[in-house]
Design a protein around this ligand. Structure first.
Ligand code: PPS
Length: 222
């Protein structure tokens, strides 16, 4: 963590902490009253996003990407999801969150809806300001939709530059890449698999996310 002065709010972001077995105990030893922010998105989209990173890494090394099926489905060709696959494990949010809740109180962990963070960043970030006990500073006009990027970016008025240097600030080109296309049968297997885990996350958090409603509609009627 960087050095901070009294009154500073220091933020640190590492997606890997969430799934790292030893992280909750280590963080607790550092600071028992820390405030934690967890961004959750549709677990299937998260798997596909992970796969997009795999494709990017392989292509940049001039290696052919592996098919997603070999990374998330069982090897016997029955089309079922392999629950032990790394990309699948990472999306089992309730398992990882349960580990954090052994050390931290539920009110120390704020859940951000990652899908809404993309579509309505202001409303999600307002809740983050409240959770951190900050004065509400972020306003809807601080975000502008960038059609090329396909995401909201920070408006020039809140950029850190001065004068003409003030321009829109978007996340880097490695964020929000186009996702590779994935066979419908694989997506359906993934949706089916994760729908079975939705209820456990609801029980743990008391939150129902939009992807759960979509899953319930799709699979509840089967
Ligand atoms: N404004 C804006 N611009 C670009 N991307 C945005 C934005 N808001 C949220 N997102 C989503 O953030 C996802 C990447 O998240 P992370 O940076 O936490 O992931 S990681 O560090 O790469 O693990 C990234 O996931 P992918 O779309 O799968 O790349 C985006 O969906």
């Amino acid at each position: 963590m960087p050095l901070s002065r009294p009154g500073d709010v220091t933020l640190e972001k590492s997606p890997a902490y969430f799934v790292t077995e030893a992280a909750p105990a280590r963080v607790w030893r550092m600071n028992t009253s820390i405030q934690l922010i967890l961004i959750l998105r549709d677990p299937v989209d998260r798997v596909v996003s992970d796969y997009a990173q795999h494709v990017h890494r392989r292509v940049s090394k001039e290696l052919p990407p592996k098919p997603i099926e070999s990374l998330v489905l069982t090897r016997n060709g029955d089309g079922r999801v392999n629950p032990n696959a790394k990309m699948v494990q990472t999306s089992l949010y309730h398992r990882h969150l349960r580990r954090w809740l052994r050390y931290f109180k539920p009110d120390q962990i704020h859940l951000v809806d990652g899908d809404r963070l993309v579509s309505q960043p202001h409303s999600e970030l307002k809740q983050v300001e409240d959770f951190l006990g900050l004065k509400r500073h972020i306003r809807p006009e601080h975000f502008v939709f960038n059609a090329t990027k396909g995401f909201y970016c920070l408006a020039p008025s809140v950029s850190s530059g001065r004068g003409k240097k003030r321009r829109q600030r978007c996340l880097g080109s490695e964020k929000g890449r186009r996702h590779p296309s994935v066979a419908n049968s694989t997506l359906t297997a993934l949706r089916h698999f994760f729908a079975g885990h939705d209820e456990r996350l609801v029980q743990l958090t008391g939150r129902t996310f939009d992807w759960m409603r979509r899953n319930a509609q799709q699979f509840g009627e089967e």
